[in-house]
Design a protein around this ligand. Sequence first.
Ligand code: SAM
Length: 203
Amino acid sequence: MKAAIKSLPGYQTIRKLWKPKNARQSLLHQMPKNSIGAEIGVDQGSFSQQILEIVKPKKLHLIDPWEYQEEEVYQVARYGAKGGKNQENMNTRYQNVVNKFSAEIASGQIVIHRDYSTNICSHFDDNYFDWIYIDGNHLYEFVKQDLELYYRTVKKGGFITGDDYTEGGWWQGGVKKAVDEFISKGVVRVIWLRDGQFLLKKN
Ligand SMILES: C[S@@+](CC[C@H](N)C(=O)[O-])C[C@H]1O[C@@H](n2cnc3c(N)ncnc32)[C@H](O)[C@@H]1O
């Protein structure tokens, strides 16, 4: 019986919408379809793929320098000694993302910016994005900068979201600290903070 229901046309789509697998997917289901968004911190593009499938954005900006960081503090980060290994490996990840999304890049749906989020921000107009997802450098100062700089670029009523809103981690709770401080400024409304995801709405 279960197998028969699962094989019904449209079942998979309805199931995804009705019962999202986890908080990240649930967050994506809150983003408007056909919207303009950005993912800061792309790595191998696995979440970017989910964005494409769930949000179906009109335009998706993927921002990442794919640069190996040798400092001790980044050792276990995905771009440090253990997670990133070396620059050659980071170059391969970048190239794999370009290959993976070659059709979307060619159509103009995806734009890749190989640079640090702070360098790229000035390229975007005020009130340009419907939503942004912050998942780049997790250290406090960097998340604080991402929140403060990109705030300008998000529409009123748009979403400022991101990952790893937790205590601890190699980033020593930097994401949570920066997000909590940002919330305390009163410029966003908290939709939810759960399972490491933050979902804020610009006032
Ligand atoms: C946790 S991974 C991103 C994972 C991805 N969002 C996902 O869910 O599959 C962090 C990424 O942030 C990138 N990154 C580090 N510093 C950055 C910065 N200042 N601006 C943008 N991206 C940065 C790293 O190169 C790395 O690929």
